[in-house]
Design a protein around this ligand. Sequence first.
Ligand code: NAD
Length: 493
Amino acid sequence: MRITVIGTGYLGAVHAACMASIGHEVLGVDSDADKIAELAAGRVPFFEPGLADILGPSVRSGQLRFGVSYPEAGHFGEIHFICVGTPQLAGSYAADVSAVDAAVERLVPECTRDCLIVGKSTVPVGTAARLADVIEDLAPEGCSVELAWNPEFLRESTAVRDTLHPDRLVVGVASDRADAMLRMAYAPMISTGTPYIATDLSTAEMVKVSANAFLATKVSFINVIADICDVADADVVTLAEALGLDSRIGSQALAAGLGFGGGCLAKDVRALEARAAELGAADAVAFLGTIDGTNAGRRRRAIDIARMLVGGSFRDQNVAVLGVAFKPDTDDVRDSPALAVARAIDSQGASVRVHDPRAIDNARARLPHLNYVTDVEKACEGADLVLHLTEWGEYSELDPVALRAVVRNPRIFDARNVLPLDQWLAAGWTTRAFGRRFPQAKPDEVSNPVGAVGGLSPGVAGIAGVAGVAGVAGPTHARRSWCEEGGGPCGCW
Ligand code: NAD
């Protein structure tokens, strides 16, 4: 089939390359001419494992082309996948769908053949129905242009595999023709048994945001459990392993730590909350706000713990930050918990040195004033505290004995719960993690168990507030003040 992909960022570039790799003729279109120049030369302008391997050959064979022209796209495509960004709207929790609107409004008048426009961007429920009306108004005379929605569930770092071997395909369609065209586009996946769920437009939109809200709920759940483990002397890593073996629960998104970030999960939870508020679903608003607030509380709590570890103030303290990508195996720093913590600690007077295997360029573009280094040892030289904030595999291989020789004070806070901290302890380090049972420094727990409202962390207070637990005072969630301080997560920086 002849396919266009409008918007060639983390989602669109992968989708375009994967569609070409399964035999379609593909044209990728983006408004960013620099990005298009890179892609057209067969180069991937960001880090995504395995993408260059499938993109380069398809570009060289002519199966995959890139350009900036909507008229060319309108003339070329039988199916147009819309993959433009839907970030958080400034000053609001709602999604900014203006790029989706703009893409549709520019594309439809240029269509010269019957075609299907397929939204893949994550949008608030009701967007597709509204756009279907726009398309009807703008479609050229004699040209049948229809809309479908096909939300995307890929994860950065495994995006190629997720696209070629998805857990399921979900399509919102308004006609048999649209369904048949999408079945044809995804024929190789369907033929190997990928579940294909065809539904209406609204349900398809809702599946995506509900999936992200559920994943976010799991992460925030295990994080509040970690807080209880901290004060109950239980171990959240063992607990999560035992929970995950329950087939009703599953082990994914069940790692206690610094919480979620990135270009999707948090903004999608907030956008769902905002849409639920518009639709009058008050219980959903409260629930989603608590999940997001619990997540924001992880960053604040990490900063509190780090401050305690260096004696109560960051002034004159050297802090090494290991990892600023929002998760390992990506260079994406959008709403990165690690970068937010690095920024806050720097603003509180610490001298911060930041290391990341891939994300330094993106981090520097957002926070140019931080000190970035390309060598872990250099980051740790003279450090009073090492913060492990993004769980790149190479950090688990670090030699605590060798690193002890370069720091000023051997203290490590593993905010991702993956380092072999028993080895660090044995090498003479003071260690700290969320909800772990092994001997660790808990200076914050002497006077204030977990450093927040009424002895409970902001996250715990939030959940308790919703559950109506007596005796717990304080805000239902921590995010509003967090944002006012400029630490994110609302895209304030
Ligand atoms: P991105 O910012 O990496 O890419 C968006 C691209 O759209 C950019 O290259 C931008 O230049 C381009 N663009 C913006 N307006 C345009 C226009 N009018 N015409 C043509 N191009 C335009 O964002 P992303 O991470 O790829 O996310 C895109 C969408 O996919 C979002 O709705 C996101 O929620 C959703 N999504 C993302 C992921 C992910 O892991 N990144 C996963 C599933 C769904």
